[in-house]
Design a protein around this ligand. Structure first.
Ligand code: ASP
Length: 440
C-alpha cells in the first residue's frame, strides 16, 4: 500500500508541529511520499512564510525593507532547524535566492521558495530523498496550468526508483525551467498530482481541522462532522471546501478514484473526513452538508411568450458573456428567466449588461435584486428519501425565512435555495436543526 501525505502550513509552522508531522509519517510505513507546504502561522498574529516571500519580492529595490524581511524569514527557518536539532545549513540556499531576486526573478519564484526550503528541511529530518518539483511538474505556457500527461509521466518515472521522498508543494516549472506556482493553497494540488502519478491507495491531507463539518462552525456551534463525502457532493458544496481543501485538487485523484482523507495533525486519532468516488456508506443524516454564500444579485428578465422564442436564453446569456461575467444559477419560468451572478463582479457592469439584454432580447421588463444568498443543501441520501424538499421548506417557513428561489439539480443530490442575505444564517440554522439536531 502507498500513501501520499500532504502537510499544510499550520502543520509545519514550527519545530513542534514538524515533530508531530514526523511522528505521523513514521507511524505508518505506507506513508512514503510527503508533500510539505511552507511554514504557516504559529498564532493568529503571525505571518505565513509565503506572504513574507511575496513581501520580500516587492521590497527588492528597497534595501532596508528587503534586509529586514530576509532576516525574519531566515529566523523562521532557523527556529525550525534548531528545534529539530538538524545538521543543516540553508545559507547557500538563501544566497541563491537573494541573488536571483536581485537579478529580476519574479514573484512566483519568490513564493515557491517557501515550500522549497521547507522541503529541504523535511527531507533532512526524515532522511527521505528530496525531489524538486521544478524537475517534474511541467507547466504549459499557453494554459498557464500544469501539463497533466507530461507531469504524471515524469513523476511516475522518477518515483518508481525512489522508495521514500519529499516533494515540496505549490510549484513546478515551465519547460525552460522558469518556476511557476499554482494559485494560493496549491500544495493540495501537488499532493493530488503525486497521488495520481503513482496510483497511490490514499491521499492523506493533513491540516489543522478534523475534516469537513456539516455546516460552517461560524454559524452553527460545534457542528457534526462529515465522515464520508463523495467527490460529487463536495463539488456541489463548492462554497464549503474553501479554506480546507483547494478546489482544483479533486480532479487528479477523482479520475483514478483515489480517496482523499482529510486529517488533523493536532488530533491524529480522529478519522477525519473521507472524500471518495463512490460509497455504500449511508451518511448519518439525510443530508451530507449545507453550504452557502452571500453576495449574489438576481437579474430577472420577463417577456411574454419567452418559452416559444427560439434563442431567447442564449441571447440573455450573451449579454453576460459580452461583459465577461459568469453566472452561478439560472432558474426559469414560462415567461421569465433569472440569472444569478456574483454581486462584486456585476456591480460595475450592471448598466452595460442591462442595455445589452435590452438590445439583444427586447424584453418586457428587467429587474435586479441584490444582496441575496445562495444555500446548497447536498446529500446522496436525498435521492432515496421522500419529503426532503418539503422538510427544508417547512423549516424555513417556521423560521420566517422567505424563499426566493429553488433549484433542484437533476442528479437529485442537491437543492439550491436563494434567500435574502439578511436571512442567510437563520436559514442555515433552520435547515441544520431539522436534519441534524432532530436526527431525521
Ligand atoms: N504556501 C502556499 C500558500 O500559502 C501554498 C500552500 O500552502 O498550499 O498559499
Amino acid at each position: 500500500m502507498t500513501k501520499v501525505v500532504k502537510f499544510g502550513g499550520s502543520s509545519l509552522a514550527s519545530a513542534e508541529q514538524f515533530k508531530k508531522a514526523g511522528d505521523i509519517i513514521r507511524a505508518d510505513k505506507d506513508r512514503r511520499y510527503v508533500v510539505p507546504s511552507a511554514p504557516g502561522k504559529r498564532n493568529s498574529r503571525d505571518t505565513k512564510v509565503t506572504d513574507m516571500l511575496y513581501n520580500l519580492h516587492s521590497a527588492v529595490s528597497d534595501e532596508r525593507t528587503f534586509a529586514s524581511v530576509l532576516k525574519d524569514l531566515r529566523a523562521r527557518y532557523d527556529e525550525i532547524i534548531k528545534g529539530l536539532s538538524l545538521d543543516l545549513d540553508l545559507s547557500k540556499e538563501f544566497d541563491t535566492i537573494v541573488k536571483n531576486l536581485k537579478s529580476g526573478a519574479d514573484s512566483d519564484y519568490a513564493a515557491s521558495r517557501g515550500e522549497y526550503l521547507n522541503g529541504r528541511i523535511m527531507a533532512c529530518y526524515l532522511g527521505y530523498e528530496f525531489i524538486d518539483p521544478a524537475t517534474c511538474i511541467v507547466f504549459d505556457r499557453k494554459t498557464e496550468n500544469y501539463d497533466a500527461e507530461k507531469t504524471y509521466k515524469n513523476l511516475a518515472k522518477k518515483l518508481a526508483k525512489i522508495e521514500r521522498a519529499v516533494i515540496p508543494g505549490f510549484y513546478g516549472a515551465y519547460s525552460d525551467g522558469t518556476i511557476k506556482t499554482f494559485s494560493r493553497g496549491g500544495s493540495d494540488i501537488t499532493g493530488s498530482i503525486v497521488a495520481r502519478s503513482i496510483h497511490a491507495d490514499v491521499y492523506e491531507n493533513w491540516t489543522d481541522v478534523s475534516g469537513f463539518m456539516i455546516a460552517d462552525p461560524r454559524i452553527i456551534k460545534n457542528p457534526a462532522k462529515i465522515e464520508t463525502i463523495t467527490y460529487r457532493e463536495l463539488r456541489e458544496l463548492a462554497y464549503m471546501g474553501a479554506g480546507v481543501l483547494h478546489e482544483d485538487s479533486i480532479f487528479p485523484v477523482r479520475q483514478e478514484g483515489i480517496p482523499i482523507n482529510i486529517k488533523n495533525t493536532n488530533d491524529p486519532k480522529d478519522d477525519g473526513t473521507w472524500i471518495v468516488g463512490t460509497t455504500s456508506k449511508k451518511s448519518k443524516y439525510v443530508i451530507t452538508g449545507i453550504a452557502g454564500k452571500k453576495g449574489f444579485c438576481a437579474v430577472n428578465v420577463d417577456k411574454d411568450m419567452m418559452n416559444s422564442e427560439i434563442g431567447f436564453g442564449r441571447r440573455v446569456l450573451q449579454a453576460f458573456e459580452e461583459n465577461d461575467i459568469s453566472f452561478e444559477h439560472l432558474p426559469s419560468g414560462i415567461d421569465t428567466m433569472t440569472v444569478f451572478v456574483h454581486q462584486d463582479e456585476f456591480r460595475d457592469k450592471e448598466q452595460s449588461v442591462v442595455s445589452a439584454i435590452r438590445k439583444l432580447t427586447n424584453p418586457d421588463t428587467i429587474d435586479i435584486e441584490s444582496d441575496l444568498a445562495l444555500i446548497a443543501v447536498v446529500g446522496r441520501g436525498m435521492k432515496s428519501t421522500r419529503g426532503t424538499a418539503g422538510r427544508i421548506f417547512s423549516a424555513l417557513a417556521h423560521a420566517h425565512v422567505n424563499v426566493k428561489m429553488i433549484d433542484q439539480g437533476s442528479s437529485e443530490i442537491n437543492i439550491i435555495i436563494g434567500v435574502a442575505g439578511a436571512d442567510f444564517e437563520t436559514a442555515i440554522r433552520a435547515i441544520y436543526d431539522i436534519f441534524v439536531e432532530t436526527k431525521m
